[in-house]
Each structure stands twice: as C-alpha cells, then as structure tokens.
Design a binder for this molecule. Sequence first.
Ligand code: SAH
Length: 492
Amino acid sequence: MDYYPLFVKLTDRPCLVVGGGNVAMRKVTLLRKAGARVTVVAPELCPELEQLRDAGEIEHLERRFDDGDIARRVLVVASTDDEAVNRHISELATASFVPVNVVDRPELCTFITPSMIDRSPLQVAISTGGASPVLARLLRSRIESFLPASYGRLAAMLDSFRDRAKARLPNPEIRRRFWERLLEGPVTELVLSGRDDAAHKIVDEALEEGLDRRDGGGEVFLVGAGPGDPDLLTFRALRLMQLADVVVYDNLVSPGILELVRRDAEMIYAGKRRNDHALPQEDINRLLVKLAKEGNRVLRLKGGDPFIFGRGGEEIDSLMQEGIPFQVVPGVTAAAGCASFAGIPLTHRDYAQSLIFATGHLKNGTIDLNWNMLAQPAQTVVFYMGLLGLPIICRELKAHGRAASTPAALVEQGTTQNQRVLVGTLDTLPELVKEHDVKPPTLIIVGEVVALHERLKWFRPGSDHTAHSLFSSHGHAAPAAAAASVEEQQPA
Ligand code: SAH
C-alpha cells in the first residue's frame, strides 16, 4: 500500500494555498467545501479568487511565499508556476511535519487528494496513487452510476438515530446486527425512492419494539424494463432487479434483461401473448399480494413502461388495498424506443404538434377508438398492439379524413438487433406488412414525421452476428411456440 487513506476534518482549521491561478482556485473550492479557513499567498489572484477574497471567504496575502507562512497550518497546497518555489515549499513543510500537496507532482507530496464521490455524509474516495488520474475518474463514474444520489440522505437519516440506537442497544455487536438487518430490509429502498417518512417510521418502530415484532417487510417493485435493449434500463430498475427475491415477468421482457436479475431470484413467467394467457390479470394481482405478504421483495418486471398499456394501475391498486408497500419505476416505452431507433421524431415543429398513444388491440374483430380524433391532421398517432388490426386502423383513419398518402411505419422488435422498419402510407402499409414475415412485437406509427425516417435513420441492426431474437425463448424467457408466429401482444 503506497498511501494510507484517511478523511481529514478541516472545519474552521487553517489551511494554506500558495498560488493564485485556476488550479489553486479548484483546490480552494474543495477546501472551502470541507469548511476550512483558507489563506492564499500569491502576488496576484485569478478573478474567481478575487471574488472569494472580496466576499471575505478567503484571506489573501498579496505577496510571494514566505517561509513563515506554513507555521500553524493543518495542510499546505503548492500550485505556483515556479518549480523551485514548489520544491522549496514541499521540503519546508515535510521538515515541519505539515502535510503538503504539490499539484501534479506526486513525488513532492506527502498527501494526495483522491477522485471522489460526495454524497455527504457518505463519501467514496478513489486513488491510483497518482499512477493514472484518468483511470480513477473513469472508475468514479462507474461507481457513481450505481450509487444513487439519495445515499447521502440515507446516511444522514441513520446518523440521526445513532445516539438513540446506542442508548437502546448498548452492546455493539447486537447494535451492528440490528443495523444490518434494518438496512437489508425495506428502509434503504424507501429512502432511495424518496419515501423518507415511511423509512423513518420503520427505524423508529424497530428501535421502540425491536426488529422481530415487525412484519415480513415484503414489498413490490413495479418496474418498466424498456423496449428490449438492456442498455435502456434505468439505474433504478437495475438496482431493484439485483435486489429482488422473486421476479414476475412478461414475455415482452427480453432474455438479455432477465440475465441481469439477481442469480438466485425465483422467476415466475406471467405471460402474456394473444391467446396465451399464462396468468389472468386477477391472478397476477393476487400473486403479487401473496408473494409480498410472505416477506419477499417482489420485482414485477414489465416491458416498456408499466403505466403505458401495461395494466400497472390495476396491479398497484390491489397492493394499495392490501396495504403492501410498493414503488413504480418508469421505463422507456415502446413508442419512445422504436421512434428513436427508427429515426422517426414523434413530434416536429413543422409536421406534428401533438402525439397520441392508442391501442390497436382487436376485440371481436373491431377496434373501438375515437377515429374522428385520431384522424386529425398535424398529429402523430402511435398504435400499440396493432399488427392484427392494421388493415382496420388504416381503413378507419382514411374513412375519417386522414389522407391516404399519410406516411405510416411499422417497427418490428424495435431497439433490438432484429429491428426492422417498414415504411409506406395508409394505403400501402397493410400490403407491405403482409409481404414480409413480421414478428412481434410491432409498433405502428402514423403521421408526416414518418417520412423523416429515410433521412434520419441511423441505427443499423444486425452488425452483431451473434444476435438472436431478443424476444424468442431461451433462458428464463417465454415458451417457444408463440414467438414464432405473427401474433400480437396483449397488454400484460
Ligand atoms: N408497457 C409497454 C407496452 C405493452 S403493450 C410499453 O410501454 O412499451 C405491448 C405492445 O407494445 C406490443 O404489442 C407492441 O405494440 C409494443 N411493443 C413493446 N415492445 C416493443 C418493441 N421492442 N418493438 C415494437 N413494439 C413493441
């Protein structure tokens, strides 16, 4: 170990920065953030440092460095452009046992500052010992991505209970186990999803009554998995996927995404495709309630966004009735994913000032929609579940006044390596689709914006030759039979 890591308390402690340029400014900013009393020695200051001086935030000694300056300093930073001065400061400070940092000169430093993530009171510091600051920064951004901003709030909340916990559970071993069990339970997730009050209450009650008297702590995460490409998951979705004990998923959730779920989680397939109702909706609602009541952290994983043709509302309604804690995590809905990856902007200042998401689901051979509204000009209409009903959709839109030449597209398996985009008009699209062997899921986009596809298409799927249908069956995914034929999804 080349360096001994430590965090130094600098509140109201005198620190010295030698040099008045931009680099000095960065060091001063950080020291100020930690509450240090900063003195800057420099004949001249950069404008930002001048501002700080004028505001009384720092003390300025307007001259060159003097040997006496390091006396009674907690630490010293040298960032002058004079190599000899920097070296002199380093030697002097080292001889006086004052920690010293010379910017960008590790060999002259007795301390270095890490790359860091500040979620105060939580802090993460990363160092390569000066070997590669870029690598440290890269690692930092990786760690940052799975360390939600609200961890700071969690740490602060736990801090507020520390004295009480100490009084209540004087034995440090028992106290440690108490915090461990508490943090493995719903408290962490409650704070991370912004339900601080509920978290507070649980800690409060646990301290009052002990952990064992509390109920199982089960809860449900209703999570949108996006349109197929695992890269389009949200950080929060990924975090909950790795936390869940049980996963209840639909056929629209791609195998690539299911692979990211915690290895030992129990997987339950809930359907559904047209004519393949693995589980009726009421059973799914009941299943979620039952699993949560058994104390499980249940991940209800749905394609796209749970609140867009996802029946998410019905599922949380029954949870609400049973008093089971839950949270909803949005996902990239198919319309957004398919449009982006097909180069079809859904709105456009010249062509479409509004946007409608509609279901094209066939029921008893018809689609019950407000066609007058859908056929209005200057708007884009996106049909989910519209493959089987496509001829009816095109016919009705024309019958209600939308021009037969209106561009229309079908996006098949959008965002995946199997994405295909078929572009025609209200007149030609149904035939075009018939000619191609189209596989679900598919989305239909109608409106002038579709014509932009020719110019704006950018995504070239198929470059990855190992790619296979994200929606075909392997691993945890749906049974094989239905994926092979052209069938349309029902809202799951
Ligand atoms: N909640 C989902 C929609 C569920 S309804 C969402 O927000 O996206 C199922 C329909 O979504 C399918 O019939 C299809 O029209 C559409 N769909 C979902 N994923 C798709 C994809 N990758 N490509 C094309 N259409 C998709």
